[in-house]
Design a protein around this ligand. Structure first.
Ligand SMILES: Nc1ncnc2c1ncn2[C@@H]1O[C@H](COP(=O)(O)OP(=O)(O)OP(=O)(O)O)[C@@H](O)[C@H]1O
Ligand SMILES: [Mg+2]
Length: 572
């Protein structure tokens, strides 16, 4: 929490606290004036005195109001600005995360942290700044002012303080753990909800609506139960405080009455003491809300800091080296997903040069995606190195590296917007002509021409309004549009029919003749004309060479050929 408090703008906070002090002073002064009117003005029937004190009261009320409006405005501004900053910092940090960190925190939790947790902190800062000062000031000020009027009456307030303190401590002590738990449950709740929504088609197809709903319901029930328990504990606080303060008021009237009888206390002083008790009550009523927000805010702050302080696994080197892009080399590369028992890739050695196409073939789960992910440092190697033009990619600035590599992921990823906005991610200053040329190479022109909006046709979130093959073509086109030195296509041709697959690869050749092309595929047809083929078998390099060489000498490759020809024949 302290870290977040440090972010507050000092000057503005001081001004806001200044206005708050004005409000407090005026509010504490008012009952004193009332006491004067009663004790002196009415007693001596001095009308002028009463009028002058009346004007003073009006002035004090106006000042108090101005102070209240200004400090409320400033405190809101400070807290909302803080919220905005936290949100953008979390987002910026998340964009720097490698996939390791995403795997660790989880997307749902990141979303909750960026929305709910930030709101909690915002609420706490807004209320905390104000009421953590206001309530104690009212209490202490009220007691001091009452003391000035009558030490006996002040004693009554003083006796109420330990009770107030104890009740707040107890509430805090019991409610706080519940709020910690609640935040975690909210994460789970969001995760279930998200998964249910994104997987709704599959859930329906398998008729699992009931089971999924039951799972969600269980978490929801626990969350609700927790909330009710915490709410119940918290709701005790207001009546408790009211009771203590009211009791104090009754005692004041009683003690005061006796004092008036014996002539030691004046009626005006009792009236003022009652006013102070009301002010104290109001201050503490609002403090309850803040006390309620403290455990939540603290936990939220911790969760936010967890994201902000998380070390980013993949960083830029101190001194970046500029790379030439003549070759792409894997040297004794081992790789393992964080926490995985087994290495996903082991001892991979291969090299390709400019103008060449490297094809990677292998069975499902053998590590092809893992291999190409290493090229753009989505993950880092465990041992060995990946080099571009002889330079270890870890010695390059990530920006440079990302500029060198163009990538079409296995899972076609499109963003909400238009076809043009998606394409421009590849090359922000591309002309329409260039975009169409790239789309042409990817054989995407045909279906886009039929859309009424052309390049400005809408793309829904995740490219939901396009078929799998169409999405794949758009992703290929986007990768081709970028001017890069290494083009990586991870299983990008799988949804294309054989004929289109071949045509697209032929069309690409012109653009990619001065680059290195890496194609991941499962089909022999897609890889056979590559300059070099890497056969990945269970994370190891089982063969490296041209189609003819591998066909003649490599048993794993032969096996793949056999299985595919068999399949194709069977399909005929
Ligand atoms: N995020 C992850 N965390 C842990 N293990 C993973 C993760 N992603 C993949 N794996 C494991 O790593 C292995 C290699 O996965 P990879 O995605 O590289 O396979 P692939 O060869 O690309 O398969 P496919 O042809 O199905 O795309 C798999 O056995 C998989 O279980
Ligand atoms: Mg893959």
């Amino acid at each position: 929490m302290l870290k977040i408090v440090k972010r507050l703008p000092i000057a503005m906070s001081v001004i806001a606290i200044g206005f708050l002090i004005v409000q407090i002073i005026c509010a504490l002064w008012l009952p004193l004036v009332t006491a004067d009117i009663v004790n002196i003005g009415i007693k001596t029937s001095d009308i002028d005195f009463i009028w002058s004190k009346g004007y003073l009261m009006i002035a004090l009320s106006v000042c108090s109001m101005i102070g209240a409006i200004c400090n409320t405005y400033l405190f809101s501004r400070i807290s909302y600005k803080l919220g905005g900053e936290l949100r953008s910092d979390i987002y910026r940090k998340a964009l720097r995360f490698s996939k390791h960190e995403f795997d660790k925190i989880g997307t749902s939790s990141l979303i909750t942290r960026n929305t709910n947790d930030v709101t909690q902190v915002q609420t706490l800062v807004e209320g905390g700044l104000k009421f953590l000062i206001l309530a104690p000031a009212m209490l202490i000020g009220g007691i001091v002012m009452t003391y000035l009027l009558s030490p006996t009456l002040a004693l009554v307030f003083l006796c109420a303080v330990p009770f107030l303190a104890i009740s707040y401590f107890v509430i805090y002590r019991f409610a706080s753990p519940l709020y910690t738990k609640m935040q975690k449950l909210l994460d789970n709740l969001n995760q279930f909800f998200r998964e249910g929504l994104t997987g709704v088609k599959v859930i329906r197809a398998f008729g699992k609506e009931e089971q999924e709903y039951e799972k969600y319901k269980a978490v929801n029930r626990e969350y609700t139960k927790n909330y009710i328990t915490a709410g119940t504990i918290m709701s005790v606080s207001i009546p408790l405080v009211t009771m203590f303060v009211s009791l104090a008021t009754v005692i004041i009237v009683w003690v005061g009455g006796k004092g008036v009888e014996s002539g030691t206390i004046e009626v005006g002083s009792i009236m003022s003491a009652i006013s102070y008790s009301i002010q104290i009550l109001m201050g503490f009523g609002m403090l309850t809300n803040v006390i309620l927000a403290i455990p939540r805010g603290q936990i939220s702050a911790k969760r936010i800091n967890e994201v902000l302080d998380m070390p980013v696994g993949i960083n830029d080197p101190e001194q970046a080296i500029k790379a030439e892009n003549s070759t792409l080399t894997f040297e004794n590369v081992d790789f393992r997903y964080q926490g995985a028992e087994r290495k996903t890739l082991e001892n991979i050695n291969l090299t390709v040069s400019v103008g060449q196409t490297l094809a990677i073939i292998g069975g499902t789960g053998d590590g092809k995606t893992a291999l190409v992910n290493l090229i753009s440092r989505l993950y880092d190697v465990e041992k060995g190195s990946v080099k571009i033009g002889g330079t270890d990619i870890r010695d390059m600035e990530q920006k440079t590296l990302h500029g060198l590599v163009s990538y079409s992921p296995q899972k076609s990823t499109l963003f909400f917007g238009t076809i043009r906005s998606n394409m421009l991610m590849g090359k922000p200053d591309a002309t329409d002509g260039e975009i169409w040329a790239a789309l042409d190479m990817a054989h995407a022109t045909e279906f886009i021409r039929t859309l009424p909006g052309g390049l400005d046709s809408a793309v829904e979130k995740g490219g939901g309004n396009f078929s799998g093959g169409q999405k794949q073509r758009l992703c290929i086109a986007r990768a081709l549009l970028k001017d890069a030195s290494i083009y990586v296509f991870d299983d990008s041709f799988s949804a294309l029919d054989f004929k289109t697959d071949g045509e697209v690869r032929r069309a690409m050749r012109g653009k990619l003749q001065d680059a290195i092309t890496v194609i991941v595929a499962q089909r022999i047809g897609t890889v056979m004309d590559a300059d070099a083929i890497a056969v990945i078998d269970n994370g190891k390099l089982a063969g490296f060479g041209s189609h003819e060489e591998l066909k003649a000498t490599n048993p794993v490759y032969r096996q793949i050929i056999d299985s595919q020809f068999y399949k194709e024949e069977a399909a005929v």
